[in-house]
Design a protein around this ligand. Sequence first.
Ligand code: SF4
Length: 540
Amino acid sequence: MNGLLVQARSPRTYWSFEKSLPFIGKAATMPPLGLATLAAHLPEQWDLRLRDLNVSPLDEADLRWADAVLVSGMLVQAPSMREVLRRARAMGRRTVAGGAGPTTAPELFEEADHLFRGEAEGRLELLVRVLEGREPSAPRLLSAEDGVRPDLALARVPRFDLLDLPRYANQALQYSRGCPFHCEFCDIIEMFGRVPRVKSPEQVVAELDALFARGARGALFFVDDNFVGNRREVARLLPILHAWQARHGFPFQLCTEASLDLAGAPALVEAMVGAGFEEVFLGIETPSAAALAETGKGQNLRMPAARAVETLTRAGLEVFAGFIVGFDAEGPDIFDRQLELINGLPIPRAMAGLLVALPGTRLWRRLEAEGRLRGHGAGDNFERPNFEPAMDERRLLSGYRRLAAALYEPAAYYARCALAVDQLPLRPQPAAGPGRATLAALVRVAWGLGIRSPRRARFWRLVGHALRRGAAALPRALALAVVGESLIEYTSEVLLPRLDRTLAALDGPAAGVPLAFNPARAPPAPPRRARGSGLPHGAG
Ligand code: SF4
């Protein structure tokens, strides 16, 4: 049995960092951990190939080789998934679509022979039987709709051997699934539940060992929905993680996603920093208390966001964060309030987007009941809302456009970088000095940002600012400047023109119908247990 696992291509977004990756000689931000995990649970006698279209295009030869093609992706990757499915089908290959997109919105993947919804561990028996031709009925849906969420004790070490690890800017490891909170817009809790399930420390160590043995070093993202969702368990993990890092000379700089209430748990923060965590993504969402209450994000009301961010930053966790506009409770002043909040924070990477009703969420169900749902959105947060917003839509979109433009105006971005450089504690630098790869990256950064970039004056001012603090502040400043190239250019080259087109269309014949919504394909409401897309804004 030859199984071809294909990770769909992501469109250019705030999360793809396309302009930054060449500086560090990488092809993509993160490996497809879901497929590597799936691979570990497929029969050992199968021959597997894993192809990530974010790294290289799909060869005809791979499709010819395959008996079955299993394609994975989120909703935002649906066009790429469907293209792969069409190609595979045209060559007579049996196809399966899985991952967050088909789990949430199976009706969007008509090209697939089969669908697999939900998690893999202990749930692959039917899929294997069907693909091996041992199941005469061969149903289209290969996963049981029983709502069972597997115990992560069943999770095997992902098949990292199938991945070209050096091509990724971050390595990835998943410790937990699920989150105890109940934000109305979040599909993660629909997908993974509100009782966080965790791997044992021994399982985590086995994955670290496997990554380390394959030569992985540097940034490692714990891709949990909320790393601190199960405080008791994570407190048990962190000393073991710290000991592993210390034994291996701290080879990994760790990053994860967490809820804002982490800031109120200083012992946990200290343990995370001790174990090597350097960055954390938070879902701050909005400065409006009424909107937070509306969306059920009470955990963000326990401490003002600004205080929480400063607490975490000064403790050594650089914060990057998601912000949303478009809640019912927000008035037209929300754009200025967001701007004032964000530009006062040491958060250069502030991802602001429009509220989207993701399939299967409480928000989707409420809007549907209120007759406000328009259908599926484009899969990201930069399009007309897929529901009738409370605010006048033109006002919402033009206010959001103004917010996005102001956040990624170079002066604002670099000012937030300077704040982060000021507040983050200085970390001891490796005694061995930079290696060859780092030196090569430094040359590329000096040339690309310090000489060729139209923002070179700001870049050198940030470098000077960091050096006045100390040489140890420089690596963070350089990293933020590199990341800024993607964020600033994505905003001006892609996001703002797209919003302009959307605004223009509001006045055109298509007014009243969202651009990404085809009424002929309006989906039925997903069942209550439909699982989500894992879109970045839903986390933490
Ligand atoms: S948005 Fe974040 S905090 Fe809220 S339920 Fe989802 S994962 Fe948890």
